[in-house]
Design a protein around this ligand. Structure first.
Ligand SMILES: Cc1cc2nc3c(=O)[nH]c(=O)nc-3n(C[C@H](O)[C@H](O)[C@H](O)COP(=O)(O)OP(=O)(O)OC[C@H]3O[C@@H](n4cnc5c(N)ncnc54)[C@H](O)[C@@H]3O)c2cc1C
Length: 368
């Protein structure tokens, strides 16, 4: 069987790539190794700026509309800010990813569930793709197969930068606020996000602490919300990019997107937004001039995604090193500005440049 593109993985990055490629008139096959709907360990928080990139009807997937944020230090001191309108949305990844995939099928893509990519070889100008259900032929292979991407490994890419993270679901109700705590773990943060009428509690870090222990201590002593675990704790990795060379975008006519490409911000580990935007950029590039797809894709990602990741990385370097100062900055205008970023009204670059003065003021306040 012959396809214009085989998309490996039906997460947000793969489902979006498949939908946009199909809408552009290409014959697309999606390979998904799990049976759908499938679970994905994730807090499911979408910054509001994603809305322009989602297919019609996405609002029905929203469990919680986030209108405010609580920035904490060590689970003991807190600063709270409220916004009238939504700054973020919480979705259940099992249902949300399934919704995105169903939209790609409505656009004409074909789905092979419980089917794995096994390998691919060059064949003329395209590829011979081996799957657990047999061989197909395609002009393009899109690797949207997540953190452990077989597609990326086949191209020789290795993951170097990532958060380790753990998460569980607990009793507790936050309705329309998210809690983010600094001062809990050395190079990262802890969170409590609503998940319907429950909460997701987790820790992400690039350091080497025992995250299970950190999370136990965090839950036991939290001064804002008492939580009682319901689900067992699970762990997964979140890759990120903070420099051009950290983005693994592909080779020849094999293009990578989402976690497979490390398209995640180094500050919070937000990957859904960048994976979805990446899917749009990838499809535009393939549809525009197929023979120059990778070059055009790189140009687009470098101009529209990379600057955000670079400046988020600079904020992360300072913010995670000086967490007490970062918390004090949150009491000023930083938290307000961050909410504007989630809505798409400002960028990490502006946040970083404006933040320096605040940083100095807060640092002086600490020592003075
Ligand atoms: C604890 C935790 C909390 C997080 N919270 C948030 C959050 O609140 N907000 C946010 O934006 N991001 C969050 N993230 C990050 C986010 O989950 C990822 O960045 C996002 O899922 C990336 O999407 P993707 O489509 O690239 O990959 P994935 O969602 O991982 O999808 C990859 C798909 O590929 C399939 N696959 C893999 N290998 C193969 C193969 N060989 N053949 C066929 N199919 C294959 C998998 O089954 C899977 O369905 C969190 C991550 C973790 C671990």
């Amino acid at each position: 069987m012959r396809y214009d593109a085989v998309v490996v993985g039906s997460g947000p990055a793969g489902a979006t790539s498949a939908r946009r490629l199909s809408e552009g008139g290409l014959k697309v096959l999606v390979l998904e190794r799990k049976k759908l709907p499938r679970d994905k360990l994730c807090a499911g928080c979408l910054s509001a700026r994603i809305s322009d990139y989602l297919p019609k009807g996405w609002e029905s997937e929203v469990l919680n509309r986030i209108r405010g944020g609580v920035l904490g230090f060590s689970g003991r001191e807190f600063v709270e800010k409220e916004k009238g309108e939504g700054i973020a949305y919480i979705v259940d990844r099992r249902s949300f990813d399934n919704f995105l995939t169903s939209k790609s099928l409505e656009s004409g893509a074909e789905l092979w569930e419980e089917c794995e990519l096994e390998g691919f070889q060059r064949e003329g100008s395209g590829y011979r793709v081996q799957t657990s259900r047999g061989v197909v032929h395609a002009d393009f292979v899109v690797g949207a197969d997540g953190f452990h991407s077989k597609t990326a490994k086949r191209l020789g890419f290795k993951k170097k930068k990532f958060f380790r993270s753990v998460e569980l679901v607990a009793e507790g109700n936050l309705v329309d606020r998210v809690v983010i705590d600094t001062g809990v773990v050395r190079r990262g943060y802890a969170w409590i996000f609503p998940k319907g009428d429950r909460v997701s509690v987790g820790v992400a870090s690039t350091g080497d602490e025992n995250l299970r222990k950190v999370l136990d201590g965090y839950m036991a002593e939290h001064g804002y919300l008492r939580v009682k675990p319901i689900s067992p704790l699970k762990g997964w990795h979140i890759p990120f990019a903070e420099r051009p060379e950290d983005l693994h975008l592909g080779r020849d006519r094999v293009l990578l997107v989402g976690d497979a490409a490390n398209m995640v911000d180094p500050l919070l580990g937000e990957g859904i937004y960048y994976g979805v935007v990446g899917g749009h950029l990838l499809a535009e590039s393939v549809l525009e001039v197929p023979s120059e797809a990778l070059e055009r894709y790189k140009e687009r990602v470098f101009s529209e995604i990379l600057p955000e990741l670079v400046y988020a990385g600079r904020i992360a370097k300072v913010g995670y090193r000086f967490q007490r100062i970062a918390f004090r900055m949150g009491r000023g205008v930083s938290l307000e500005r961050f909410m504007e970023l989630l809505k798409g009204n400002t960028s990490y670059k502006r946040l970083y440049l404006k933040g320096w003065l605040e940083f100095v003021k807060s640092a002086v306040g600490l020592t003075g």
